[in-house]
Design a protein around this ligand. Structure first.
Ligand code: NAD
Length: 409
């Protein structure tokens, strides 16, 4: 099974409980548009570098397409389709006036110089600028891209269409970005984790966590949970894991990562593998790296009682069934990691208004929206007797379907 098929499997599980015709189902799962462009640049060596860029625009019934750009060697059209579709359901779950899109570049940014990365990004924008824009499709950061890449996108887009900071979100705060955007996804994961624990009769304080992936999302999640008294027993990145049975000192770990660029080698914990992290006895497991982490075999080994999906698409359907049979609660990606797109929405609104909001307002409004969305999904799961994932998809499909019907086919 590939990633897009897995996303559609989850869609179908929810659609089966709704009054959806076959044609409506086809219309809702099929991407509206798929762009595939060759991005050839001159490398620092003087050689030509050939890369392939993708942008999949999945659905815009509820508003402009919205979704991240990923720079990673595994980027392909199937992954972009899956992630674009997840964006459609995510923006609907948290009720933002957006559709879903995703894109990326088949490259390894760790092997590119800064000027190669800039040339690559600008060339990509030259290829797709007519298909993106504040009212069409608004990219944002994802794995392998950051605020600097978004700044280059805005600057390059302006050469064709003039000053439109709302054409991309996740920009640096000093360059039309929003306070709170960088931390937003991890902050949101911590809010959703807190709310789920509350339902289970627990507090973050004293609860134990393992977090896979210590990039933007994983590291901010760790900081916000640790600040509430959560014990982060282990974290990992692409190079390996570190763990401490008494809880990692996150501030000291951050100082280490700032210097070493990886968690391995941190003196305040023991080295370990990613697999050990995923199967260790903790209360809450948070995948915050790439998709497809849990297959059935791995799921059987998981000891955590709660999984909060900070990454997009970490759980294959057969693993989801194993979790369900073991009574493990899974909070789905389309709810758990929606904080990033919520604050991207606030950034877009600020750009369109040429006005800036303070951090307190952004975090307050993010929290209100996330708690409200969590409550709606949880209540739906209780009312219908379904998993949180199926409930989230049902909520989203209902909203997208109504917009489609109201707007006219
Ligand atoms: P990032 O590039 O900042 O960090 C990714 C991290 O995962 C890095 O620490 C990397 O070393 C680690 N990693 C890679 N392969 C790994 C492996 N095999 N085992 C363990 N760790 C591994 O990316 P990010 O922005 O933090 O995104 C992480 C996940 O969150 C992705 O699935 C992304 O789609 C999702 N997400 C991100 C945002 C956002 O705002 N950035 C929003 C929603 C969802």
């Amino acid at each position: 099974m590939q990633a897009f098929e897995a996303t559609n499997h989850y869609f179908d599980q929810a659609a089966a409980r709704m009054d959806l015709t076959g044609n409506m189902r086809t219309m809702m799962v099929t991407p509206d548009r798929e762009l595939r462009v060759e991005v050839a640049i001159e490398m620092d060596s003087g050689q030509i570098g050939n890369f392939i860029g993708y942008r999949v625009q999945h659905d815009n019934a509820r508003g402009p397409f919205k979704g991240g750009l990923r720079y990673h060697p595994h980027v392909d059209v199937d992954e972009a389709r899956s992630l674009a579709s997840l964006m459609t359901w995510k923006t609907a779950v948290v009720d933002l006036p957006y559709g879903g899109a995703k894109g990326g570049m088949n490259c390894d940014p760790s092997k590119l110089s800064r000027s190669e990365l800039e040339r690559l990004t600008r060339k990509f924008v030259q290829q797709i600028h007519d298909f993106i824009g504040p009212d069409k499709d608004i990219p944002a950061p994802d794995v392998g891209t950051d605020a600097q890449v978004m700044a280059w996108i805005m600057n390059e887009y302006a050469k064709y269409h003039g000053f439109h900071p709302a054409c991309v979100t996740g920009k640096p705060v000093e360059y039309h970005g929003s306070a709170g955007r960088e931390a937003a996804t991890g902050y949101g994961v911590s809010i959703i984790t807190r709310e789920t624990l509350k339902i289970l009769g627990r507090l973050v304080a004293g609860t134990t966590f393992a977090i896979q992936g210590y990039g933007n999302v994983g590291s901010y999640t760790a900081r916000f949970l640790a600040a509430q008294g959560g014990k982060i027993l282990a974290v990992s990145d692409a190079f390996g894991a570190v763990s401490n049975p008494d809880g990692l000192d996150i501030a000291a770990l951050d100082a280490h990562v700032a210097a070493a660029r990886k968690v391995v080698g941190f003196q305040g914990g023991d080295a370990g593998s990613n697999e050990q992290l995923l199967t260790m006895p903790v209360d809450v497991l948070i995948p915050a790296a790439l998709g497809g982490v849990f297959d059935a075999a791995m799921a059987k080994e998981v000891q955590a009682k709660l999984i909060v999906e900070a990454a997009n698409g970490p759980t294959w359907p057969e693993a989801d069934e194993v979790f369900s049979s073991k009574g493990i609660v899974v909070v789905p990606d389309i709810l758990a990691n929606a904080g990033g797109v919520i604050v991207s929405y606030f950034e877009w609104v600020q750009n369109l208004q040429h006005f800036r909001w303070p951090l307190e307002q952004i975090q307050r409004e993010q929290e209100t929206r996330m708690v409200d969305s969590f409550t709606k999904v949880y209540e739906m799961s209780q009312r219908k007797g379904v998993s949180m994932r199926t409930a989230a998809f049902m909520l989203a499909i209902g909203r997208v379907g109504r917009a489609r019907a109201l707007g006219g086919i």
